[in-house]
Design a protein around this ligand. Structure first.
Ligand code: GAP
Length: 479
């Protein structure tokens, strides 16, 4: 792969060609920053979602899951601060009319500087930007963009408007009457569904602090600069967990969750050097500490997950706006208090892109006699869309019948794929391209001694095994 931009392009094409991800409503030329998951993409996404869900809820005694509605009472978003604060500083290029998020515009320029070998200048620029963003100094941000002569990618000019705030929530109308009173928002984060249900869950589940509530679901943001495939979308999925704790213990639990979440990332088989923490200088309106777990995507290190110490900001505001008491009675301390919260918030689609970026490999298999190559998705077997391909060598002589018996014995336990068409070599390559870790081939010998050839995706090694061992070999790797 010549460079990383090409790698991202290659992944996008591969995803489309092999049924992972398509542009939404493509027959109408697509919809910007909205994507559909195809037959293998939806399986991959489901496996990641299940893996996160199980590790949060099943493997922690004190974390339970919920599934709250996307539509919420509009006051929710007043209380959460999203109506007033969920906006980004934007700037328009007056010649192209193109609108940019200020931080993205400056970051893209810093990337260019770094690519030219001017790392120090790039770092200084980013620090200056962080300082100005933290101080909400919009004039200073505009001055910085002008001083650096940052240009619009479309018009090529530096003819910029002033910097202004732009709210990222989508709104719609509830019911048939169109007026402001019926305006509701598509949730921009799943977290608020957890906060408004804090007492329902605590009381009905008899939960004792510390405890967590996890949720997976869609979120919507009217992103201005929506690019880089499924990295930044307007409709996306989040996997969030709010951990309710005693006030004053937030530092300790913040560190705990930083460690726990990094362990989860490493359990995906991705090496530590592909991750880094990025502590926030400019904190979101609800946080007293925040860090991002960044992964090295083909386009550089970028956020996959946020860990936020949200204090009692959300519960306090919901209590005030709803006029319902949301305090918790701590029987050990014999005291009522509003719990503090540590949040872990990971984007499911971004995790899909991370797993794809890590798995995608163009392998040169040329020998002195013959040029050859393959594209392979080296998914961890537990995340692979298909676990086992069952391939009769030919379509006759009783081989399909044996293969279908194997399919019948395995399909209740994990996802299998049956295929008779094309040469075995072509079928192996197709399975490599969708990341299937195991293929078994049924041949004439199978009729004699009830054995098959199992082929391992990564090593391409093959061995003869009894049919009765197939399930055990696959299950050993996928759980
Ligand atoms: N509840 C906290 C919260 O929403 P965030 O940092 O805005 O925090 C959390 O979002 C995660 O959601 C991000 O780390 C990212 O993985 C994902 N995410 C946010 N905006 C996204 C977008 N437009 N497209 C895809 N994923 C997004």
């Amino acid at each position: 792969m010549a460079n990383d931009v090409q790698k991202l392009q290659a992944i996008i094409s591969h995803c489309k060609e092999y049924g992972f991800i398509f542009p939404s409503s493509e027959i109408y030329d697509g919809l910007s920053a909205v994507y559909d998951y195809g037959q293998y993409g939806s399986e991959l996404k489901k496996n990641i979602r299940d893996y996160w869900w199980e590790s949060m809820t099943r493997l922690h005694d004190n974390i339970v899951g919920i599934d709250a509605a996307i539509f919420m009472h509009p006051t929710t978003w007043k209380a959460s601060g999203h109506v007033d604060n969920f906006s980004d500083p934007m700037i328009d290029n007056k010649d192209s009319q193109k609108r940019y998020r200020v931080d993205h515009l400056i970051e893209a320029y810093a990337d260019e500087l770094e690519a030219e070998g001017k790392k120090e200048e790039a770092d200084a620029l980013l620090s200056a930007m962080d300082r100005l963003l933290a101080a909400s100094d919009f004039q200073g941000l505009k001055k910085l963009i002008e001083e650096k002569k940052i240009k619009c990618g479309i018009s090529g000019t530096s003819n910029w408007s002033d910097v202004r705030q732009f709210n990222l929530m989508f709104s719609t109308q509830l019911g048939s009457v169109t007026d402001e009173a019926n305006e509701i928002f598509l949730r921009p984060e799943t977290a608020q569904g957890i906060f408004v249900n804090f007492q329902n869950v605590q009381k009905t589940g008899r939960m004792k602090i510390p405890f967590g509530i996890a949720q997976v679901g869609k979120a919507f943001r009217n992103e201005i600069v929506a690019r880089q495939f499924i990295f930044r979308m307007r409709e996306f999925e989040q996997m969030e967990m709010q951990y309710f704790i005693k006030p004053g213990s937030q530092k300790e639990w913040y560190e705990y969750w930083k460690k726990d979440r990094m362990q989860w990332h490493l359990s995906l088989g991705i090496p530590l050097e592909k991750y880094r923490f990025h502590d926030h200088v400019k904190l979101a309106h609800y946080a007293d500490a925040a860090t991002d777990i960044e992964y090295e995507f083909p386009m550089g290190f970028k956020e996959v997950e946020g860990i936020h110490s949200r204090t009692d900001f959300d519960l306090k505001n919901h209590q005030e706006y709803s006029r319902k008491k949301l305090t918790y009675f701590d029987t050990e301390l014999n005291q009522h208090y509003l719990p503090y919260v540590i949040e872990t918030s990971i984007g499911l689609d971004r995790t899909v892109l991370m797993i794809l970026s890590e798995a995608y490999l163009e392998e040169d298999l040329s020998t002195t006699e013959k040029k050859d190559s393959r594209v392979i998705l080296k998914f961890p077997p537990k995340l692979a869309p298909v676990k086992l391909a069952i391939l009769p060598l030919i379509k006759k002589d009783g081989l399909p019948e044996i293969a279908r018996e194997i399919l019948g014995a395995c399909r209740a336990h994990f996802r299998c794929f049956y295929e008779e068409k094309d040469t075995i070599g072509k079928r192996y390559r197709r399975m490599d391209a969708i990341g299937t870790p195991f293929c078994v081939t049924v041949d004439h010998q199978s009729r004699e001694d009830q054995t098959v050839t199992i082929r391992y995706r990564d090593s391409m090694n093959q061995e003869r095994i009894p049919i009765t061992r197939i399930r055990e070999i696959v299950e050993k790797e996928i759980f």
